[in-house]
Every structure is written in C-alpha cells, then in structure tokens.
Design a protein around this ligand. Structure first.
Ligand code: NI
Length: 161
C-alpha cells in the first residue's frame, strides 16, 4: 500500500494540463502501479475521487468511487471506476449546484454549478472503451476530476453569491 502526498492548492504542478496516456502504456505494470497508488491514496484520505496530477503524475488518469464515505455521508454508492483519457459532454442543458470539496483544497466546501447529466467517454486501464451517460453525483465527480486534468481547481469554479 502506497499512500502518496496529495499536492495542495498553491502547487504549480496542479495547474499544468496533463498529457494523454499513450496507447502502448495501456495494460502495463507501470500504469497498474499508478492506479494502485491513486486507489490507496484516495482511500487513505477518504476521497470520492482523485486525479493523477494530484499525486504529481501529469497523466490523464482518474479514479473515483464511493462506498460509505465520512466526507460524503449522503452520497449514493458508486462502484470504483478508473478512467484513462476521459472526456465528457453535457447531455441536455440541466445544471445542478451543490457543495464540492477536493483533497487538494482541504477544509473548503464551495457551491459549484455542474452539468446534471453527461456523456462520458474514456478508456479503462486495459484499453477497453467506456462510453456511457452518467448523472447526479457521479456526473459531478467526472467533471471535477476532468478539471484536474486541465489544471482547473475548485476555486476557479465557485458560484459567486
Ligand atoms: Ni479534486
């Protein structure tokens, strides 16, 4: 079990857009090791999701999932999901505002407006195509973690009162 430090808000590495995972990296031991580190670090910090740049790896890899989580006591369970090179587009025009937190911005819960439903397209760790619609809290997590891959952080998304 390897719990890596989570970079914090002012770290410039969080602001760099991450690179796409190359096709020949899919299914490799190196990618599996990165995913293990993401999983262990997310679990140790009770996160609902974590993106590779948060542990100083500038690659488009994210993990998320919720069983019972003390940081999100009211959240529905979401099975563990690993996304490689994820992209999303809104489905319809509905948006939802809700409080969001981030392991890179500890102690901060801010209102963020997100698309309520999105079409998600990505690869699995083995390179299988993932193509599906997600909604609600899962759609919010996908948008939040994809933001990390583009160097966008929670304070950039705060809905002003
Ligand atoms: Ni975050």
């Amino acid at each position: 079990m390897v719990v890596r430090p989570v970079l914090q808000l002012c770290d410039p590495r969080l602001r760099q857009p991450s690179a796409a995972v190359a096709p020949d990296a899919l299914g490799t031991a190196q990618l599996a090791a990165l995913i293990d580190d993401l999983r262990d670090t997310m679990a140790a910090r009770a996160g609902a999701g974590l993106a590779a740049p948060q542990i100083a790896v500038s690659l488009r890899v994210v993990i998320f999932g919720i069983t019972s989580n003390p940081r999100y006591p009211d959240a529905p369970p979401i099975p563990e999901t690993v996304l490689i090179n994820p992209e999303w587009t809104p489905v319809g025009t509905d948006t939802t505002e809700a409080l969001e937190g981030c392991l890179s911005v500890p102690g901060m819960r801010v209102p963020v407006l997100r698309a309520s439903r999105v079409h998600l397209s990505a690869l699995s760790a083995c390179g299988q195509r993932i193509d599906k619609e997600v909604e609600g809290f899962e759609a919010r997590i996908v948008q939040h973690e994809c933001d990390h891959l583009n160097g966008v952080l929670l304070p950039d998304r705060v809905v002003s009162a």
